[in-house]
Design a protein around this ligand. Sequence first.
Ligand code: IVH
Length: 670
Amino acid sequence: MAESPAAERAAFLRGEIERHNHAYYVLDAPSIPDAEYDRLFRELQEIEAAHPDLQTPDSPTQRVGGSPLSAFGQVVHGVPMLSLNNAFSAEELIAFDRRCRDGLGVADVGYSCEPKYDGLAVSLRYEDGVFVQGATRGDGFSGEDVTHNLRTVRNIPLRCLGKNLPPLLEVRGEVLMLRRDFERLNERQRAAGDKEFANPRNAAAGSLRQLDPKITARRPLRFFAYGVADAGAVAPAPTLHSRLMEQLAGWGFPVAAERAVAQGATGLLEYYERIGAARRALPYDIDGVVYKVDRLADQAKLGFVARAPRFAIAHKFPAEEALTTVEAIEVQVGRTGAITPVARLAPVFVGGVTVTNATLHNEDEVRRKDVRVGDTVIVRRAGDVIPEVAAVVPEKRPDTASEFIMPGHCPVCGAAIEKPEDEAIARCTGGLFCPAQRKQALLHFASRRAMDIEGLGDKLVDQLVDNAIIKTPADLYKLGILKLANLERMAEKSAANLLAAIDKSRKTTLARFIFALGIRNVGEATAKDLARHFGGLDALMAADVERLQQVPDVGPVVAASIVRFFAEPHNVEVVEQLRAAGVRWDEGAPSVSVSSLIACKIFVLTGALPTLTREEAKALIEAHGGKVVASVSKKTDYVVAGAAAGSKLTKAQELGVSILDETQFKELLA
Ligand code: IVH
């Protein structure tokens, strides 16, 4: 049966959008500008809204999340989802290789090697190439039906790419959150006054197990495939696991770029060392690597013991957790006055370094974890993040253990400590008169991701502030060699180096500068967004709350922080002093300014809009500096289409002109 033009167009758009999705999220190589992608997406949404029967479960519009569920259903796994045995040392690994060689009766075995993702295992079911069901691992035999949530994960194909797809395919892999996405999410949570997640794994788990898929859709989850439930179902049947992974990549599934094939125990150990060294540079957390006998026929020959395969093993990285005791709980004053309880610990070696302090985050966390002086605790240090007290070992609590009491006054400046009812964080009210806050603000200003002033460490900042040599970041640029060289432990050479580093930092970027100011709730990602959006500092300083909220991811809390910051004369003065001291950056054009969205743009109105008359719409456009013309051409920027829109709409579609409904038109005006 011939399809209607709308059905054909919808199918075409679905294919295009998924192709661009794949390029963006799987290949990491965007194939069209965002605005163009948005246009295709909106057009598909419009067609589906006009013809609900054309909406399919594999439509990319379904990625925004449907209605909430009251509970998850159960899914019985056709092929159980097993676990892996672990190896913690080279000896255990050599023993694994020996077992494989002996079991297969060969002298040398080829292995497929992959990172061991620190996320949550899921199974994705595809029928005729279309994603139909997704489930968590559960107890390995049955898990929870999280199809609705998995549909929102942008790099999970809703329809497989390519040809020769098996009628039934179950792809196994891990759902996780990239570290940078996790940091951004926590930045958002913080700004909204919501609870932060402890680590990317918890954030991924919490997001996947949401009953409301719209919430999941807003969480930046990713998927990585590491196998299929039944390789026999794939035709022509691959002979190697590594080939199977390539086949999965060909069908549009994300697979680790760090995959490799290695020969024998020596090859495995080399891979382990290589990935271990690269671990921090990977975009996601891993807790080891996984080796699998590469030949699938050999996997079958080796089979399983209990609930784990004999043909595969997880080689874990050294623990990033250790036990020690809490000797005291003190508080530290942060850059924005935030009071952080810190556990002073008996020194312990963890994650490759000796740790003597661990953060307890805030008073509520101390109570929640019930950490007391004298307790034995688990300290965690993952990579370069600040060590934290993960949990208490209650059995080891001595009778003498004493509870933490939040002081009423700042231990540094003596100002009152206040804690707003609805906030988790207590703060010193001393502001920049508090030397601790001043020091932290300076350290933040100089930090690598801000102004990047090498050599300005905490010892030096302590001296500069304690001796009243420096009050604000602007004073840094007035420092001379004499003042510096007179400080303790400061040789002339290092003083000269520091001055050179300060001088070098004068040339920076707007994003770094905004971040360096240390505006509350403005992290690195937000600073970048602000710089991109406003193009220049003056526009940012002049922006009101409404204007600020036009920046993606800037909500009322962040906007209010920014306005409050620039409303403080002292802050504006420091900014001016910095500029006068020669701190500079290239200012760009704002990416979108309200007026440029409409000013000088050419509009065509067609069909009946739900609430606006044509005259009203025209007046609005003209009031914003736009122009309304009668017919659609290549020069048209927008067609605003209402009910019973006719040939103008079709023409706009043919020419690829942006089409808006009344709501979108009003959003543009706003
Ligand atoms: S293969 C037959 N490969 O580790 C077992 N698992 O400790 C199939 N995991 O539940 C698992 N990365 O969720 C495999 N590259 C990888 C993995 C991986 C992470 C998880 C998986 C499994 C757990 C077992």
